[in-house]
Ligand binder design. Structure first.
Ligand SMILES: [Zn+2]
Length: 195
């Protein structure tokens, strides 16, 4: 049985997955970043961890077959298919304070608020921060250490397919940042299919 979620631009969603199920995250119109967080169902102290994943893979890029790890160094998801191949493991979820610091805007919608709203019914009270797997986010690291967020390489309909390696609670946010190249200056919807 397939569950589908259409997530409007600048919105969030949460859902459960059983071990062995897959989730396809689809960039409907292209150039849209999806902040993707995952918690172990039954133990919210275990979550997807981009830092641990880079540590375990010795890489900040993933390819089909690669495992995404939890903060407790357990396999939490596996990349099955990937149309784009460029995602971000460096950046935390955007939050209102980020928009204040970088763009001088107050009360801006954010992935932090989207995820918190979506995950609250699953028992997750607002954490100090989210460290998502930022799907389709194109962060370029230069030799001198400079980090630049460029337009995503995802085209309309591009997707990534991930398999759950344990029972999970998943939160997704269609990143509401229209101030930078991050989402191509235009926030658009995403689609998620679980089966
Ligand atoms: Zn965001």
């Amino acid at each position: 049985m397939k569950q589908e979620y259409f997530i409007e631009a600048e919105a969030g969603q949460a859902f459960k997955m059983k071990k062995g199920q897959t989730v396809r995250v689809i960039d409907v119109e292209g150039e849209q970043v999806v902040d993707f967080v995952v918690y172990k169902d039954g133990d919210l102290t275990e979550r997807i961890d981009p830092g641990v994943t880079m540590d375990a893979l010795h890489s900040y890029k993933v390819a089909p077959g690669d495992i995404l790890y939890s903060n407790k160094y357990h396999p939490i998801m596996t990349v099955v298919e990937d149309d784009v191949g460029v995602h971000d493991f460096f950046n935390p979820a955007c939050r209102p304070e980020m928009y204040e610091l970088l763009y001088n805007k107050k009360n801006h919608p954010s992935c932090y608020d989207n995820l918190s709203q979506a995950l609250e019914p699953y028992g997750l009270s607002q954490p100090d921060q989210y460290y998502p797997f930022n799907i389709f986010m194109n962060t370029v690291v230069e030799d001198n250490g400079a980090m630049k967020v460029k337009r995503p390489l995802s085209k309309p309909g591009d997707s990534i397919l991930l398999r759950a390696e344990m029972d999970l609670i998943v939160g997704v946010s269609a990143c509401p940042c229209s101030e930078s190249e991050c989402n191509g200056y235009n926030c658009t919807p995403i689609k998620v299919e679980v089966e």
